[in-house]
Design a protein around this ligand. Structure first.
Ligand SMILES: *[C@@H]1O[C@H](CO)[C@@H](O)[C@H](O)[C@H]1NC(C)=O
Ligand SMILES: *[C@@H]1O[C@H](CO)[C@@H](O)[C@H](O)[C@H]1NC(C)=O
Ligand SMILES: *[C@@H]1O[C@H](CO)[C@@H](O)[C@H](O)[C@H]1NC(C)=O
Length: 213
């Protein structure tokens, strides 16, 4: 990623600083011997549970019938949600810690958004186009799994991720993933779940209609 500080907005600088801060922290962690190498082995390796082998596309492709054509809209989402790439999303526009943001999504029958593809990542970032800010998404670090696990129950961050190039994530307990848009790129970053007061994006489990773009 080519960053020129002069071109960044204040918020983008914030997002970039957050990811740099954690870059440093990762270095410390590795110094203490609980770093990246071990994490990666546990997260993507040999059978530490079905979560690690499950395809991100194998779950939450559920059409529960609540979003059928209502006569006016062939692809409705519940009020306040927007449709994108088959799913229904909504933004939490209040700055909250991760757990509170997750509860807010749960109160809407949703969970924090878990982009599993570039397309879903773009869908998740739509609120950031009009609310230039930083948003929690639904991936929480888990030291024993050595991975960021999705709030969708589909296991760790898999083939798709959106970390800035050169940044190795360090998924440990109580660290969570957020994103910002930096120079038109969606950049994921890590922070302690109870340190960042960020907006958030929620995603519905039901209402999945692949024909609804
Ligand atoms: C990664 O992608 C490959 C090919 O697209 C797919 O076969 C595999 O199941 C994916 N891995 C995970 C963990 O989803
Ligand atoms: C995501 O958005 C970017 C920027 O608009 C675009 O270049 C890219 O093709 C999009 N990716 C997908 C999979 O839609
Ligand atoms: C980590 O994931 C395992 C399941 O793989 C779960 O049992 C455990 O509670 C998680 N740890 C934390 C701190 O969330």
């Amino acid at each position: 990623m080519k960053l020129t500080l002069t071109a960044l907005t204040a918020l983008s600088i914030f997002a970039a600083l957050v990811s740099m801060a954690h870059g440093q922290q990762s270095g410390e962690s590795m110094g203490r011997g609980r770093g990246r190498g071990r994490g990666r082995g546990r997260g993507h390796g040999h059978g530490s549970g079905e979560t690690t082998t499950m395809s991100p596309y194998s779950c939450f492709t559920r059409d529960d019938g609540t979003c059928d054509d209502d006569g006016e809209n062939t692809c409705p989402c519940p009020t306040g949600f927007y449709r994108c790439a088959g799913r229904c999303y909504t933004a939490v526009t209040e700055a909250l810690f991760y757990d509170a943001a997750a509860e807010r999504c749960a109160s809407l029958g949703a969970h924090l958004a878990t982009p599993r593809s570039a397309e879903e990542n773009n869908c998740t970032a739509i609120p950031a186009l009009t609310l230039p800010n930083v948003f929690w998404i639904g991936f929480r670090g888990n030291s024993s799994e050595g991975a960021y696990l999705g709030e969708d129950g589909c296991g760790p961050v898999g083939n798709f991720s959106s970390w800035p190039s050169g940044v190795e994530p360090n998924p440990v307990d109580n660290w969570c993933v957020h994103f910002g848009i930096v120079l038109h790129e969606i950049i994921w970053a890590e922070l302690q779940c109870d340190r960042g007061l960020f907006l958030a994006v929620c995603q519905l489990d039901g209402c999945y209609r692949p024909d609804c773009l």
